[in-house]
Design a protein around this ligand. Structure first.
Ligand SMILES: [Zn+2]
Ligand SMILES: [Zn+2]
Length: 309
């Protein structure tokens, strides 16, 4: 708020929103605030007569429904939690949905929201096959797990610690599974170079074991497969995706890294491969390595249960 301005109605709360957004997403979030919430139903405000409980309930339910159905832009959210978070004496406290003793104020609204159909969290399906553009220009379709077995030893030395190989296998599988939905070469998901992921038909026993032990395991954020980017090594910390590309990916945040290099090799976004090896040498498990480099993601098996190895 500008110096000397007044904030009786709490519009500066957007700064608090931004703090939460920065903490949770690692970036500022575009927000639309409507001035209906805090003063809706303020019985002392001349311009805002007591709330029409039925209309409030209908609007709240419609807003919640459209957000759940994905019909609203992601930055539009029902900000009613202002009221729940308000302190005693706060201008919002008089209009919150629950009185301090727990009795609901806007009963109709609370009931309308409680009556909305519940949406189960979906588990993104992992495709069984992936189309691959070979260097001679031909395209082959192969089993996803076989493809990953051709990637891992090209991306990390097969002599790397097993947990680093497993982390690499999960990242490579996730990258390819996402590319099946969003092909990177016309209708073909991936190529065999570092443009997508390095691949060759050569396998190794150790990297095959890493792929088998993580069979079907992928990285998700929200209900989506993540863009599981990785690179050779960083210079002590990885980069926010928007510093390198345009998109600000909430899970590709700058994080400190123990790889011990002073120069960056690669784009710097996502998992530092040397850092993954170093973490594994120090006893980190694959899921710990992955959640260090990809912030806030879930490492999950095909059935949606967490992978904690
Ligand atoms: Zn490619
Ligand atoms: Zn690093």
């Amino acid at each position: 708020c500008p110096e000397g301005s007044e904030d009786h109605t709490g519009y500066c709360l957007h700064e608090w929103y931004q703090e939460i957004a920065l903490r949770r997403l690692g970036r500022a979030a575009l927000m639309v605030a409507a001035a209906n919430g805090p003063i809706l139903g303020d019985r002392t405000h001349v311009a805002h007569p007591p709330v029409d409980a039925a209309r409030h309930a209908a609007y709240a339910a419609e807003m919640a429904r459209s957000i759940m159905a994905g019909e609203s832009p992601y930055y539009l959210a029902n900000t009613a939690f202002w009221l729940l978070a308000a302190e005693d004496g706060d201008p919002f406290a008089a209009n919150r949905w629950y009185k301090p003793d727990g009795t609901p104020v806007l009963r109709e609204t609370i009931q309308a929201l409680a009556d909305l159909p519940k949406r189960a969290r979906t588990v993104p399906s992992v495709p069984a096959t992936v189309s691959v553009l070979l260097e001679d220009g031909s395209t082959v379709t192969m089993e996803l797990e076989d493809y990953v077995k051709g990637c891992v030893p090209r991306e990390l030395p097969a002599s790397s610690p097993m947990e680093a190989l497993k982390a690499q296998a999960i990242a490579a599988r996730t990258f390819a599974a996402r590319a099946v939905r969003q092909p990177r070469h016309g209708a073909t998901a991936v190529c065999t170079t570092s443009h997508c992921q390095n691949w060759s038909p050569k396998h190794s026993a150790r990297s095959d074991k890493a792929v088998d032990e993580t069979r079907g395991v992928v990285l998700t954020f929200g209900d989506e497969l993540i863009g599981a980017y990785y690179f050779a090594h960083c210079d002590g910390h990885t980069r926010n995706s928007e510093e390198v590309w345009r998109a600000a990916l909430p899970y590709c945040r700058s994080v400190p890294c123990i790889c011990g290099n002073v120069k960056m090799y690669g784009h710097g976004v996502g998992m530092c491969q040397e850092g993954a090896i170093r973490m594994a040498q120090q006893g980190a498990l694959a899921h710990e390595i992955l959640t260090h480099y990809y912030r806030g993601v879930r490492v999950q098996r095909a059935d949606g249960t967490p992978f904690t190895e």
